[in-house]
Design a protein around this ligand. Sequence first.
Ligand code: ATP
Ligand code: MG
Length: 142
Amino acid sequence: MSELQKTFSIIKPDAVSTGKAGKIISLLEDSGFRIVGLRMTKLSQSQAEGFYAVHSERPFYRSLVTFMTEGPVIVMALEREDAVKKLREVMGATNPANAAEGTVRKLYAESIERNAIHGSDAPETAADELQYFFTAIELNQL
Ligand code: ATP
Ligand code: MG
């Protein structure tokens, strides 16, 4: 039996501003995730730059940082078995045009950039990203 695992997710500004946050949270809960941490926040430019630093040399980096800072986001710590991999499945492909039926991005993403949701891509990234947004005290309570 596989262990419970935590992962990190962001409901991005496009989905929050168009009123899709509740539907996305419901879909995640219906997919077996338990919400163990959740906060609405607005990313500063330096927070968004740091969060997506791995993409700093990509042509879409400046536009991505502008998008991620345009309005409120919801940051979440999610728990289930095999959480990192399962969240990526439920999210769907980065480009909604390639996302499978029933995935968050197929249902709610507007474009390859404005794609509704972020999810950590590996257990190590999940640990880093959880620490980026939640304090040690919060994480110990999760
Ligand atoms: P995320 O890291 O947000 O969960 P992902 O892992 O599916 O998404 P990445 O390749 O890590 O995709 O890209 C990070 C984000 O950058 C994407 O989710 C999207 O918002 C944006 N992005 C990726 N590729 C492009 C592109 N070609 N043009 C515009 N924006 C892009
Ligand atoms: Mg990614």
